[in-house]
Write a protein that binds this ligand. Structure first.
Ligand code: CO8
Length: 302
């Protein structure tokens, strides 16, 4: 019953997580797949997790058509799945990838930011923060197997990982293109990018809202390796073996040492960051920019 209530609740994200946490320490374990099915009232969950006990590696497939956009529902299911793996001590590595053709993730679901109430925007933004916090602070080795385009929030998701492998297909692009939509990447997006590519590349990438093709992304260090499309997942699995050869405790403490200041910055400003987002995104001028961008996306398709 508690699970159903959480599933029905519009802001059921944290209650779902706390329900999940309490269950996994007790005798009842609810599969994230089941949760996803119940929430979406569909037989197809938005994330699919294949966990191989023998290697300790899980592959999380994002499978939310058409473009794995990060809606509130998607983020909720995604975070539940990651949380469950994090709590399972036998899971040491996580590979993120997409089941959708040509797209890793289109980033935040633009429709979650357009024409929504301030309350709803706040709940949504908290879920975006939660995804970032879970991934950026994960004790697992995380590898992004980027088998398609990955703009904005999709790029952010991959930047939280320890290593990025991208399909060498010039039609794909990756980057934090927020300024092209007339919006501003928040400080923790900026910090994550700067921690990866350095201040100068981050400054230019963010101001111009640049989307890079795979070779350009490799050149500035936004991704670590390019491979033919059909080898993205196998290369991720091979790379994972190398990372898992390092003793967990030494690697985890090192990871935490590198990332802690960035994580603590968001944690200490979390509420203010939500307020900033809500104030910014609900402005008439920003809503107008978003509307134009949505129309442009639709026209481009036509
Ligand atoms: N959200 C919602 N719907 C989307 C999104 C999205 N991010 N991206 C695409 N769609 C929709 C399209 O509108 C289209 O819908 P429909 O079928 O109804 O017309 C459908 O998905 C398929 O899209 P395409 O035909 O464009 O698919 P392609 O395979 O040709 O291209 C791409 C895939 C490359 C992903 C392309 O769709 C694209 O470039 N999308 C836009 C991506 C983007 O700009 N995302 C930015 C989101 S903002 C963000 O993540 C960070 C915001 C930080 C906020 C800070 C404020 C303070």
């Amino acid at each position: 019953m508690a699970l159903r209530a959480a599933l029905r609740s519009r802001s059921g994200f944290s209650s779902l997580l706390s329900h999940w946490s309490s269950c996994s320490h007790g005798t009842v374990r609810v599969s994230p797949v089941l949760v996803a099915q119940q929430r979406n009232n569909s037989s197809v969950p938005v994330v699919k997790v294949d966990f191989d006990q023998s290697t300790g590696v899980a592959v999380l497939h994002m499978q939310s058509p058409p473009v794995n956009s990060l809606s509130l529902d998607f983020l909720t299911e995604f975070c539940i799945a990651v949380e469950k793996l994090e709590m399972d001590k036998s899971c040491r590595g996580l590979i993120l990838t997409s089941s959708q053709p040509r797209v890793f993730s289109a980033g935040l679901d633009i429709m979650e930011m357009y024409g929504k109430s301030p309350e709803r925007c706040g709940v949504f933004w908290k879920a975006v923060q939660e995804m970032w916090l879970k991934l950026y602070s994960s004790n697992m080795v995380t590898i992004a197997a980027i088998n398609g385009s990955s703009p904005a929030g999709g790029c952010l998701m991959s930047l939280t990982c320890d290593y990025r492998i991208m399909a060498d297909n010039p039609r794909y692009s990756i980057g934090l293109n927020e300024t092209q939509l007339g919006i501003v990447a928040p400080f923790w997006f900026k910090d994550t990018l700067a921690n990866t590519v350095g201040h100068r590349h981050a400054e230019m990438a963010l101001e111009l809202g640049l989307l890079y093709n795979p070779s350009e992304a490799l050149n500035i260090g936004m991704v670590d390796q390019l491979v033919p499309e059909d080898q993205v997942l196998t290369t991720a699995a091979q790379t994972m073996k190398k990372w898992l050869a390092i003793p967990d405790h030494a690697r985890q403490i090192t990871k935490s040492m590198m990332r802690k200041p960035t994580i603590e910055k968001l944690v200490s400003k979390r509420e203010a960051d939500i307020q900033n987002f809500v104030t910014f995104i609900t402005k008439d001028s920003i809503q107008k920019s978003l509307r134009m961008y949505i129309e442009m996306l639709k026209k481009r398709k036509g």
